[in-house]
Design a protein around this ligand. Structure first.
Ligand code: HEC
Length: 138
């Protein structure tokens, strides 16, 4: 896991800006989330192994993301709000919470559709909570 997280960071130094790196990670989270959403909505069959892979992507991203919002990394191209840097501890805690609620999905997936649907709902609320506070509305 640590080695994988490092890979993600080092690609961030290949001429990629911090903003690009964090948007790329967020997109990786989104893709993994989409796979799981289809299962939660019953559009795809619940597949505990696929859930595990998707959660691994989310966990890797949450391990790296706290480092990609250093002081002064606000930018024109970024959708991050200044409040983020005023509340960096809260922001990092929310990333932690996203990781924890993602890991619960792995266990819920083994229990069945009902448990998974409930856990997925909890997980998505973490995304929405953070965006409401720290991301510019689209
Ligand atoms: C801890 C806070 C936080 C959590 C949790 C979080 N996000 Fe984000 N998200 C952000 C911020 C801040 C940005 C804007 C980053 C930037 O533009 O620099 C963002 C950007 C995005 C974007 C836009 C990416 C782009 O190309 O600009 C999407 C889509 C997204 N998040 C989806 C999700 C989903 C899905 C989850 C939950 C599984 C999630 N986010 C969880 C804070 C969060």
């Amino acid at each position: 896991m640590a080695a994988l997280a490092l890979t993600l960071v080092s690609t961030g130094t290949r001429g990629e800006t911090l903003v690009e790196a964090r948007q790329r990670l967020m997109v990786a989270v989104v893709k993994a989330t989409k796979v799981m959403r289809e299962m939660a909505q019953g559009k795809a069959k619940l597949d505990p192994d696929l859930v595990k892979d998707s959660v691994r992507t989310v966990s890797e991203a949450t391990a790296v993301l706290p480092n990609l919002f250093p002081e002064g990394s606000q930018a024109e191209t970024s959708a991050a709000l200044p409040a983020l840097w005023q509340n960096k501890e809260d922001f990092d805690a929310r990333l932690d919470e996203m990781n924890r609620s993602a890991i619960l999905l792995v266990f819920a997936a083994r229990q069945g559709d009902g448990a998974f649907r409930y856990a997925f709902d909890q997980y998505q609320q973490v995304c929405q909570g953070c965006h409401a506070k720290y991301r510019k509305p689209e």
